[in-house]
Design a protein around this ligand. Structure first.
Ligand code: SF4
Length: 446
C-alpha cells in the first residue's frame, strides 16, 4: 500500500530547512508521495525514515543522468502511461552516432556541425543531447581520438559503444569526470560492472528477452549499480512498440521494479523516411534515449518539434508573459496588434509582423496560454477582459494611435470591444499569421 503525503511527512525532520529544493517538509512529502522526488534529496532523513519509506520513496522509473553540468542528459522519472494523465517529465534524449571508420576529418566536421545545430521554437532551444561513439573500426587510437574530439568541441553527453573491455577502459579513463554511458551488446559481465563502479558510468543493458533483461538488471542492482538504461532487442518496429509498452506498464502499473528504468533504442533503418518513422514512434512511445545512425537538419527539426509537442505539459501550454511587446522600433503612432499569450501564437504573430517590415506594438493578453479561438470559446478573449487588460498595461498612455487590429478569427468581438474601449476603432485583421505582411500593405493601420 503506497504511503500518503501525510504518512511520509510524519517521518521527515519537519525543520523546513529547504535543502531539498522545496520550501517545507510537507511539500517535499507530497513530492515523494507523487514519486517526483527521492528521499536521498533530504540530507537529514533518519535511518528510520529510510527504512519505512523504502519503495514508497522510489520513483517507479528511475531518473538517470548521463554527462555532467548544465548540458547533461536526464532521462526517466516518468509516472504515467499517457501524457494527458499528467505529463511526461524528461524528454527523449537524441544521440547522433559517430563511427570511428568515418575518419578523423569527417568526424570532426560532423561533431562541429551537430554541436552548432540548434533551433529556437516557441522560445525554447531545441538540439540533440548526446553523441554515440561507435568503435566500428576496432582501432583503439581512432576510438580515443573520436572521444577526444567530442570532449574538445562539445559539451554534449557521451555514450560509448565498443565490445572491447580494454578500449572501453581507456575511453573511460579519458572521460573520468564526465559520467558517460556504456552501451553493452551482450550479457553483462563482471568486467562491465567493475568499469561502471570505478568510473561512475551509466550502463545500457541489452536483453534478448524480458527474463534475460530482468536477470541482468538484478545482477547490476546486486552489485550496487542502479544507473541503468534498458535496451530490449526487437526484430521489428511493431515488436519494439509492444516491448516498450509492456516495460513501461510493468514498471508503473505492476510494480516490477526491475523494469523501472528508462528505455533505449538504437534505430536501424533502411531509408531516411524509415528512420524518421521509427524515431517518431520511439519518441511517442517510451524510449528515453534514441540513437540516430544518420541525420539531416530537416529530419532533426521534425523530431525536435514532435518531441517538444509530446513533452509539453498538456495542462500548462507554453506561454509568454502577458504584456505590451515592441516589435521592431515602434513609435507612439505605430499600429497596435492584439493576440493571446499562447507561445506558438505569439511567436508566429510577432515573426510575421517583423516579416512585414512594419514596426508595431503587440498587446499580448493573459489567456492562460490558450490560442485565439480556444481562449475566445472559454470566454477569456472577449471585449471585457481585453479592455480591462489594455487599461491595466496603460496602452492609452503609451500610444497615440487608436486603431486596434484583432485576429480575424474573432471578428465577432469587434463590436463589443469598441463598446468597452470608447475612442478606439477595432480593425479585423487576417485569420492566419502568415497573411499579416499582405494585410499590412492592404489597409491604413494608423
Ligand atoms: Fe524538510 Fe529534509 Fe527538505 Fe529540509 S531537506 S525541508 S528537513 S525534507
Amino acid at each position: 500500500m503506497p504511503l500518503s503525503g501525510l504518512d511520509i511527512f510524519k517521518l521527515l525532520p519537519k525543520t523546513n530547512c529547504r535543502e531539498c529544493g522545496v520550501p517545507t517538509c510537507m511539500a517535499f512529502a507530497m513530492k515523494l508521495a507523487q514519486k517526483k522526488a527521492e528521499l536521498s534529496e533530504c540530507p537529514y532523513a533518519s535511518e528510520e525514515a529510510k527504512a519505512a519509506l523504502g519503495a514508497a520513496s522510489k520513483p517507479p522509473i528511475r531518473l538517470v543522468k548521463i554527462g555532467v553540468g548544465a548540458r547533461s542528459l536526464e532521462v526517466g522519472n516518468e509516472t504515467v502511461m499517457f501524457r494527458h494523465e499528467k505529463t511526461f517529465f524528461h524528454q527523449t534524449g537524441i544521440a547522433l552516432e559517430l563511427k570511428t571508420s568515418e575518419g578523423k576529418e569527417k568526424l570532426l566536421s560532423k561533431i562541429k556541425e551537430i554541436e552548432s545545430y540548434a533551433v529556437e521554437r516557441v522560445g525554447e532551444k531545441l538540439e540533440a543531447e548526446a553523441f554515440f561513439v561507435s568503435d566500428d573500426s576496432g582501432d583503439k587510437e581512432a576510438f580515443l581520438n573520436a572521444i577526444q574530439m567530442v570532449k574538445e568541441h562539445s559539451s554534449k553527453a557521451v555514450i560509448l559503444n565498443s565490445t572491447d573491455g580494454d578500449r572501453l577502459k581507456a575511453a573511460l579513463e579519458f572521460l573520468k569526470s564526465d559520467r558517460p554511458a556504456i552501451f553493452l551488446h551482450g550479457e553483462i559481465t563482471d568486467g562491465d560492472l567493475d568499469l561502471a563502479k570505478t568510473y561512475g558510468a551509466v550502463l545500457i543493458l541489452s536483453g534478448s528477452s524480458f527474463d534475460n533483461l530482468k536477470d541482468q538488471v538484478e545482477r547490476a542492482e546486486k552489485a550496487g549499480i542502479e544507473d541503468l538504461i534498458l535496451n530490449l532487442e526487437a526484430p521489428n518496429l511493431g515488436r519494439q512498440l509492444e516491448n516498450n509498452t509492456i516495460l513501461r506498464r510493468s514498471a508503473l502499473k505492476k510494480n516490477v521494479a526491475s523494469f523501472g528504468y528508462p528505455l533505449f533504442a538504437y534505430i536501424k533503418a533502411e531509408s531516411e523516411l524509415d528512420l524518421l518513422a521509427k524515431a517518431s514512434m520511439d519518441i511517442c512511445k517510451y524510449s528515453s534515449v534514441i540513437v540516430l545512425p544518420g541525420y539531416d537538419s530537416a529530419m532533426l527539426y521534425t523530431l525536435f518539434t514532435l518531441r517538444q509537442n509530446i513533452y509539453t505539459d498538456p495542462q500548462k501550454p507554453i506561454q509568454v508573459e502577458p504584456k505590451l511587446y515592441a516589435i521592431g522600433d515602434p513609435k507612439p503612432e505605430s499600429p497596435v496588434f492584439l493576440t493571446t499569450n499562447f507561445s506558438l501564437t505569439y511567436f508566429l504573430v510577432s515573426g510575421e509582423i517583423e516579416n512585414s517590415g512594419t514596426s508595431a506594438h503587440l498587446v499580448v493578453c493573459d489567456c492562460e496560454g490558450q490560442s485565439v479561438l480556444t481562449a475566445w470559446a472559454a470566454g477569456k478573449f472577449v471585449g471585457e477582459t481585453i479592455a480591462k487588460f489594455i487599461k491595466e498595461i496603460g496602452l492609452e498612455e503609451k500610444v497615440k494611435t487608436r486603431k486596434l487590429i484583432i485576429p480575424g478569427f474573432v471578428s465577432q468581438i469587434s463590436g463589443d470591444l469598441e463598446e468597452k474601449l470608447p475612442g478606439w476603432e477595432v480593425l479585423v485583421g487576417c485569420q492566419e499569421a502568415s497573411d499579416i505582411p499582405a494585410f499590412v500593405k492592404s489597409v491604413s493601420l494608423t
